[in-house]
Design a protein around this ligand. Structure first.
Ligand code: KET
Length: 450
């Protein structure tokens, strides 16, 4: 008699724990090791069974906002999390989003039933079109499966777990550096995480040679996480010619592309331009995964709306992939939320709203570019030592300033400017009013030689 389906040594949960242990014993993050391994005790008479827990550190990015909120200073400035702010420093709800929500509220036939496990079907179709292009051969040939997930993070997590269960290679290569959540997401999904060279601090540009060498040396079939555009945190993207070389190399070694598209439209201001690297990989007929987020480009941060698409070689395979994705999702969160996906669907299906969205998106991207110019000019006007041209060269929401952790903490302490300790600043958090304050702080910290 079959007694226990979960005891098989190759079960996904075993693999996940194995991957987690491997990751932790690699000694990458001491605090996580202690938070997992601190030994449980009975707590003694009347004591808490959780008394052995150590206080976990705040998240490296979201913790910046927590510290900022505690600061009573009137001049404080939050350049930590990548969230768009207006010239007045306020969060922005897009006009098209307000209109879409109004439409949804006015429609009395709308109900609040559970969505299917894969989410809102119309949203899924429209999301695939948005990222792959309306004329994508993969969509035409029904070779794409798309599932609604909990924003970009949830899409990466579901995709990671799907690969850990069903793909023959369990190693994923992520760029060095990358978004701080990537290694945790993929480790907990059951993959083992390795890095490839990406950024060269001496040129503040792409280490293209290092990237090609590392991907060239990766075992056949490995998974490779690629930022579709506006690389976080560096703001450095490959050129289209470099993408073509990356594509050729990856396809020649059977490496599996997993695109993280969290900033479509934020890099160039154009949704289609920013999706080009992904579409190059689709055009060659090969397979890939892409995680999409609407947090930034539609300003739907808290709605947690995104999508995972898996492009396959044949329609029947895509159908079976989807059936397995459902088995990943159902025990994780059952099915995704309805509201955010409905907002996106209303906007993407209506030509007028869609056009209005592209204008609002372009305006956000342009304001960020104008902040780059203003900050660069302000440093030049102050005669701040160093080459600051990377501020205007880098792409997307962030500038990777090159400031070190000591300089960052000095700027926080003395100037109440909050940013991640790697020196990344969210350009979207700046305004014409706050640029001089930031420039003063950078000037001071650079001339102090900390
Ligand atoms: N990928 C990348 C590259 C990314 O920068 C983020 C968010 C995400 C995925 C996930 O976003 P979601 O909200 O799940 O759709 N980055 C910003 C916010 C965060 O850290 O959560 C940030 O780097 O500030």
């Amino acid at each position: 008699m079959k007694t226990n389906d979960f005891s098989s040594s190759s079960s996904p949960s075993d693999r996940r724990i194995g991957a987690l242990l491997r990751h932790l014993t690699a000694g990458t993050d001491a605090d996580r090791v202690s938070s997992v391994f601190a030994s449980p005790t009975s707590g003694g008479a009347g004591g808490s069974v959780f008394a052995h827990l150590v206080q976990a550190p705040e998240d490296a990015i979201l913790g910046v906002t927590i510290a900022y909120n505690k600061d009573p200073s009137p001049i404080k400035l939050n350049l930590g999390v990548g969230a768009y702010r207006t010239e007045e420093g306020k969060p922005l709800v897009l006009n098209v989003v307000r209109k879409a929500e109004q439409q949804l509220i006015n429609d009395r036939s709308r109900i609040k039933e559970y969505l299917p496990i894969v989410g809102l079907v119309e949203f899924n179709k429209l999301s695939a079109k948005l990222i792959l292009g309306a004329d994508s051969p993969a969509i035409r040939e029904n070779r794409v499966t798309t599932v609604e997930c909990l924003s970009g993070t949830g899409s990466l997590r579901v995709g990671g777990e799907f690969l850990a269960r069903h793909y023959h290679q369990k190693t994923i290569y992520i760029p060095q550096p990358t978004w701080g959540n990537h290694p945790k997401i993929f480790t907990l999904a059951g993959l083992s995480v390795k890095t490839y060279r990406y950024y060269d601090p001496s040129t503040r540009g792409l280490n293209f040679q290092g990237l090609l060498e590392d991907l060239g040396a990766a075992p056949q079939g490995s998974i490779v996480l690629l930022h579709a555009c506006a690389h976080n945190p560096t703001g450095v993207d490959p050129t289209l010619e470099q993408w073509e070389q990356i594509r050729k190399l990856m396809r020649s070694k059977g490496l599996m592309p997993f695109f993280d598209s969290a900033y479509q439209g934020f890099a160039s201001g154009s949704l289609d331009t920013d999706a080009k690297p992904i579409r190059m990989f689709v055009a060659d007929g090969g397979e890939l995964l892409v995680a999409q987020s609407y947090a930034k480009n539609m300003g739907l941060y808290g709605e947690r709306v995104g999508a995972l698409s898996i492009v396959c070689k044949a329609a029947d395979v895509a159908g079976r992939v989807e059936s397995q994705l459902k088995l990943v999702i159902r025990p994780m969160y059952s099915n995704p939320p309805i509201h955010g996906a409905s907002i996106v669907a209303v906007i993407l299906r209506d030509r007028n709203l869609f056009n209005e969205w592209t204008l609002e998106l372009k305006a956000m991207a342009d304001r960020i570019i104008s902040m780059r110019k203003q900050l660069f000019e302000a440093l030049r006007a102050r005669g701040t030592p160093g080459d600051w041209t990377h501020i205007i060269k880098q792409i997307g929401m962030f500038t990777f300033t090159g400031l070190n952790p000591a300089q960052v903490s000095y700027m926080t302490k003395e100037y109440h400017i909050y940013m991640t300790s790697d020196g990344r600043i969210s350009m979207a958090g700046l305004s014409s009013k706050t640029v001089p304050h930031l420039a003063d702080a950078i000037h001071a910290v650079v001339t102090k030689a900390l």
